[in-house]
Write a protein that binds this ligand. Sequence first.
Ligand SMILES: NC(=O)c1ccc[n+]([C@@H]2O[C@H](COP(=O)([O-])OP(=O)(O)OC[C@H]3O[C@@H](n4cnc5c(N)ncnc54)[C@H](O)[C@@H]3O)[C@@H](O)[C@H]2O)c1
Ligand SMILES: O=c1ccn([C@@H]2O[C@H](COP(=O)(O)OP(=O)(O)O[C@H]3O[C@H](CO)[C@@H](O)[C@H](O)[C@H]3O)[C@@H](O)[C@H]2O)c(=O)[nH]1
Length: 354
Amino acid sequence: MTSNYVLVTGGAGYIGSHTVVELLNKDYNVVVVDNLYNASYEAIRRIEKLTGKKVNFFQCDILDGPGLRKVFSQFTFSSVIHFAGLKAVGESTQIPLDYYHNNINGTITLLQVMKEFNVKNIVFSSSATVYGDPPIIPIPETCPTGSTNPYGRTKLFIEHIIRDLCTAEKEWNAALLRYFNPAGAHPSGIMGENPTGIPNNLMPYLSQVAIGKREELSVFGDDYKTRDGTAIRDYIHVVDLSLGHLAALEKLNVNPGCVEYNLGTGHGSTVLEMVRAFSKAVGRDLPYKICPRRAGDVTNLTADPRKANSELQWKAEKSLEEMCQSLWDWQSKNPEGFEGCDPNPPAECIITQK
Ligand SMILES: NC(=O)c1ccc[n+]([C@@H]2O[C@H](COP(=O)([O-])OP(=O)(O)OC[C@H]3O[C@@H](n4cnc5c(N)ncnc54)[C@H](O)[C@@H]3O)[C@@H](O)[C@H]2O)c1
Ligand SMILES: O=c1ccn([C@@H]2O[C@H](COP(=O)(O)OP(=O)(O)O[C@H]3O[C@H](CO)[C@@H](O)[C@H](O)[C@H]3O)[C@@H](O)[C@H]2O)c(=O)[nH]1
């Protein structure tokens, strides 16, 4: 049995797949589990193509304790990077039970199996949404938390669960990574976000407008108290975000207990600034219309990333232009995303049926 594997849950998804590439590039041994609810096995094939390495993949649900035990019996893990979860804010208000069950029970099952196998280092995908409508901009990690939607509350509850575990059992270490707004794609143009159905998020929607799949962007609200009236977010290149996970893994080696980090750039952009930046990458103006605010949106989520910068020796390096260019490369080379590619893994990789 080879030791020192990193288990990546949700590793076929958008941020997970980019992180797996960076881990493999740095010679980590990686195992991916994903139930492929919101991903295609094609992402794993693309990771293999990009890195020239074989990915140990299992179609396994994190709610499937016996399934996870099968994986944990085959490898010795030093740590887990836990991406798996449902992530659409709007959908979470429609089907809250599914969100609470999948995200919270899934995480508890994972933590129980980790404990059984004496794996006590975890990097968790949290979110800036835990800050709700923050009173301080840029937002430090010490800002009060409290989310406005079921999805955000799952992130907040999971943070509490992991923190409680680290308090109760001192051998546990956890990095709770509060992501701001990931955007962009792998610079190769081979891998990127592959949203199913109509994208909820600004940048994937805008890129589908550019490719002609959607008529125009709806800009949700121009009456915010910002420089142009549209809401501000801290967009971070997905490759920078992925590298933040490698930095967090390193941090866990020095037994820090439970630590929270904002992963953002510290620079906020309005919706209209993003429309302009992406239009520039595409080479033409993209159509948009001003619409009412979207329920649940807040004015400004901009990170104060200094804690991550100093304690993780990590900094977001890539520009807004690189974010937009890589997204457009990916979208224009793969207008249908992974559609048309076989979404299923080889039968021997399937532990949990869909
Ligand atoms: N994308 C964002 O804007 C953003 C921002 C903040 C936090 N996050 C969090 O980061 C993580 C990754 O986000 P993403 O954008 O890559 O999303 P994604 O949907 O692309 O990836 C999540 C992956 O988890 C898998 N999954 C879901 N439930 C599972 C389960 N029960 N068992 C096994 N696999 C399961 C999905 O199939 C998918 O591949 C999520 O936890 C998300 O909440 C995302
Ligand atoms: O079609 C669209 C989509 C979005 N927006 C606006 O664009 C901004 C960004 O929206 P979006 O891309 O949907 O991201 P957020 O709502 O900020 O949420 C993302 O970023 C959060 C962290 O900041 C994560 O927790 C969430 O999971 C993730 O979806 C907001 O002001 C939206 O109102 C539009 O104007 N039109």
